[in-house]
Design a protein around this ligand. Sequence first.
Ligand code: DC
Length: 222
Amino acid sequence: MSIAIAIDGPAGAGKSTISKSAAKQLGFIYIDTGALYRTVGLAASRAGVEPVEGKEVDDLLSKITVELTFNDKGEQVVLLDKEDVSGLIRTPEASMMASKISAIPSVRAYLLDLQRDMAKKNNVIMDGRDIGTVILPDAKVKIFLTASPEARAERRYKELVEKGMDVKYEDILEDVKTRDYNDMHREIAPLKQADDAILADTTEIDLQGSIDLIVKIIKENS
Ligand code: DC
C-alpha cells in the first residue's frame, strides 16, 4: 500500500518548495497539482477559449492530453499534447488563468483520476487546494500550510524578480488576494482546511524552519 501526504494551502505559502524538499528527505515523489490546472489554463489561452463553464471548455478538454512525468533529476515535468510546458506555466498570467479555469467542474473532473492514479502507484507528497478534502480524503497525513497574504506576496515577488521578471509588489499582493478569494469562494472543491488536517502557519518561519516543521509533522503522524 502506498502512503499519501496531502499538503493544501493558499497560493505562495511555500507549498511547492517545502513539499519538494520534504519529499526528497523522506524518499517520496512530489506532485504539484497546481501545474495541472496551469496547463489546462495554458491550453485555453492558446486556443482563445474563455475560462468559463460551458461547451467550449469541455470541447477543449476532449481534444488535449495532459500528462505528468519526471525528468532524470526526479523533477516533475508536465506535458501538454506531449510538449513540455513546465516553464511556460509559471507566469502571473498563467496563475490567474489557472485560478479561473480551476473553478470549472469539468476541469476538476478531468484532472481527478490523473491525481488519484499517481497516488495509487507511488508514495507521494501531493500539494494543491483540495488534496486532503477531495482528491485523497484518506491521505495518511494532511497538512494545511499557510502564511499571511503580505508574507506570501513578498516571497513570490522576490522569486519573480530573481527570475528577471519586471513585477510590482502591489500587483503581486493584489493577485494573491484575488486568487485567495477565487480559490476559497468557488462552489466546487474550494480551498479550505480539512477537518483532520494539521495547521502549519509559516508567516514568521523561514524556509528551512518551515521544511523542518513539515518533515517533523509527517514523521510524527505517519
Ligand atoms: O498552486 P498553484 O498556484 O500553482 O495553483 C494554480 C491555481 O490552480 C490556483 O489558483 C488554484 C488552482 N488549484 C486548484 O484549484 N486545485 C489544486 N489542487 C491546485 C491548484
